[in-house]
Write a protein that binds this ligand. Structure first.
Ligand code: 4AD
Ligand code: MG
Length: 498
């Protein structure tokens, strides 16, 4: 058995592929089967002249997603997906599929999400999961090469790490336990044993917000390093992101194309140093005339674009009646695309005035909302590293800036193109007294943190770390507009099945 991905090694030879019918059509004396086998897509041509009558007949019965085994000659064909075709000599049906619910016609997102177990077979979903896998593998590669060891933090925890409002509570033999929000506190303990460690595991947040960036269960990668300050932490985060993006660009040209991903910003992220800006400067920028003007300009541009495509749509609709068949199909596709774009533009036109107002009225001391992050990153063409946030909006464990006690030595990395925060991190509070104060200020029970406080009693050192959200990273790199498509089976508010 060979896979489609390996076909280039078998030009003009006979191979056997096993897979599923992605698409099929029949012409005179010919069946065209677009086969998918998990490694790629391949056009298979079953010709009445080349196979027995019974094989030809059974090829004609194959409905979408039927499973089969097919043998034939590998023929180079540059117009074909993947560059090779299979000219069949034999074919065995494994199963004729029932009527497949996901057809090439457009389905609503709810329908697709309810059929997520099948939707995963579609090309775009397949491409995203292939890239997700590369990102995961690359992250391990990066940290292992940098001398980190992976550690697994517990999933059941006795304390909150990231605020008490998003905890999932469970009953742990009559004791309260929470599903972990972050492995960080445990990573800190392991960093004091191994120097440089990282977690790679599931984390849980009872997020009641229905946004395109929030899951209730997501995967986080949390490096933690002894003797690292905030600057070293930022340097590591940048190096890691560049490494990940570079590897995806190297391995996944075809998949990024399937996803129709414009890779300009990804290439910029590899080639250029990331923007580094303090929270205070970011606030100033948010409130500036420059930002207000940029948003007004954007609003005008969208209005103009909307008028232009509406006009185009009227014209091609008129043309449709008398058009040739191929042109009709072209027009239908264009009309579909225009509808999608109109929805996007109308959403922007609703949003921009709201964003503009919220940016102008932003007050120092608040946390950035999704739209503020979008606006900030719109002005740059690389990821933006925002550092030194007001301590009040950040977690209890963050070290204060010795130069300004109101600030925490925090770091957020915002992805470009409106994808928002993909990394949150900080230098950690390493003084026992200060940490006890913070725990009290945050109304956290000190007993739950006794072991964590021990780390500040026995050889406390400056240390830092961050958390990378895997799904948001996949979303940005793949250009997906919602995290639900970045994980095989997303868990969100109102979504537990499949
Ligand atoms: O900023 P967060 O909450 O930071 C922490 O949990 C720290 N303990 C990390 C550390 O310093 N070790 O989360 C880190 C990242 C975010 O930047 C985001 O990418 C992702 O985790 N994230 C989510 N992704 C999807 N859905 C959610 N509900 C998420 N919440 C956070
Ligand atoms: Mg955060």
């Amino acid at each position: 058995m060979t896979t489609i991905k390996q076909l280039s090694n078998f030009q003009d030879q006979s191979v056997t592929l096993k897979g599923w019918v992605y698409n099929s059509r029949s012409g005179k004396g010919l069946h065209f089967i677009e086969l998918r086998d998990g490694s790629g897509l391949c056009q298979c041509i079953v010709s009445a002249d080349e196979v027995s009558d019974s094989v030809f007949e059974s090829a004609g019965t194959l409905k979408q997603e039927s499973s089969l085994e097919i043998t034939g000659k590998v023929v180079k064909d540059d117009r074909s997906v993947g560059g090779y075709e299979l000219h069949a000599t034999d074919l065995k049906v494994i199963q004729i599929a029932e009527d497949y619910p996901i057809t090439p016609k457009d389905h609503g997102v709810e329908f697709l999400m309810n059929n997520r177990h099948l939707w995963l077979r579609s090309q775009r979903q397949w491409a995203a999961m292939q890239i997700r896998n590369t990102i995961q593998f690359t992250i391990h590669q990066f940290f292992q090469e940098e001398g980190f060891i992976q550690m697994d933090a517990p999933v059941f925890t006795g304390n909150a790490a990231e605020g008490t409002t998003t905890l999932f509570e469970t009953d742990y033999f009559e004791e309260k336990a929470y599903l972990t929000q972050s492995g960080q506190l445990y990573a800190e303990a392991m960093a004091m044993a191994h120097g440089k460690v990282y977690t790679f595991g599931p984390t849980f947040r009872a997020e009641k917000s229905k946004t395109r960036r929030h899951l209730t269960e997501f995967w986080m990668i949390e490096p933690e390093m002894a003797f690292y300050d905030l600057d070293m932490n930022m340097e590591l985060a940048e190096k890691m992101l560049k490494y990940i993006v570079e590897k995806v660009l190297e391995k996944h040209e075809a998949e990024l194309k399937t996803l129709e991903r414009d890779t300009t910003f990804l290439k910029n992220a590899v080639a250029n140093p990331f923007i580094k800006i303090s929270y205070t400067d970011a606030v100033e920028q948010l409130k500036s005339d420059k930002t207000a003007n940029m948003l007004s300009q954007m609003f005008d541009d969208r209005e103009k674009e909307l008028a232009a495509i509406k006009k185009e749509m009227e014209e091609i609709k008129k043309e449709h009646g008398s058009a040739k068949k191929w042109r009709k199909a072209q027009i239908d596709q264009r009309i579909k695309d225009i509808h999608v774009r109109i929805d996007q533009i109308e959403e922007d036109l609703r949003n921009i005035p709201v964003w503009k107002k919220s940016a102008a009225n932003f007050e120092w001391g608040n946390d950035f909302g999704g739209s503020d992050e979008t606006i900030l990153t719109m002005q740059y063409d690389t990821p933006v590293m925002v550092h030194r946030y007001p301590a009040e909006v950040k977690a209890f464990y963050m070290k204060r800036d010795p130069e300004d006690e109101k600030l925490a030595l925090a770091l957020d990395v915002l992805a470009p193109e409106g994808y928002g925060e993909i990394i949150g991190g900080s230098q950690r509070e390493d003084s026992l007294e200060a940490l006890k104060e913070r725990i009290a200020e945050h109304d956290l029970p000190e007993e739950a943190f006794d072991w964590y406080l021990d780390l500040r009693k026995f050889g406390s050192v400056p240390h830092s770390g961050y958390g990378l959200g895997l799904e948001r990273t996949v979303g940005w790199i793949c250009g997906l507009n919602h995290v639900r498509e970045t994980i095989p089976f997303p868990r969100m508010l109102g979504r537990l099945k499949p």
